[in-house]
Design a protein around this ligand. Sequence first.
Ligand code: HEC
Length: 158
Amino acid sequence: MIAFFGLGGDIDQEIADIVAYLQSIAPVAPMSDKQVFIDACQRCHDIKYDKLMSTTDKEALKAYMGTVPPDLSMMIRSKGAEYLTTFINNPQKQLAGTSMPRVGLSEKAQNQVIAYMEKVGDSKKAEREDLGYKLIGYMVLFTLLAYAWKVKIWREVH
Ligand code: HEC
């Protein structure tokens, strides 16, 4: 950004006006996970499972990028959240020579993109994890019952 010396009026007032303007055009509500994905990735990628198609023509993408960017519907399952976390901000490190550009995202935006991909590609994850807790609760309960039963039987034997 070039140095800014004002337009000749009161520079403090000018800067205050610029800040007020920028605040007035900032999104009012926080963006949803899907909106962040649309903003950052849909230019090139499809998410067919959620009926999102890349906003750039496929032929143009191929000509410009050398390849058609893959559909990301199930990418969370094949690559995992860990891989995506580093891939988005440094594609060359994970996939040397790739034509995918670095998409500079804040940590929050990046987590939102991954959360969205998880929701589309791995919608059963929350259910699965929830079942795990229930199962453990069940086993703890039965261990206690078995112990109580053992105490009762042995009390009669002594
Ligand atoms: C300007 C176009 C463009 C944008 C924007 C873009 N990508 Fe890509 N992406 C590509 C291209 C092209 C490839 C294919 C790279 C290759 O095959 O070398 C790719 C590949 C990928 C892959 C596959 C990596 C692999 O290991 O095979 C993932 C995952 C991915 N992109 C995620 C994202 C995410 C998430 C976003 C948004 C934050 C995003 N991309 C934004 C162009 C883009």
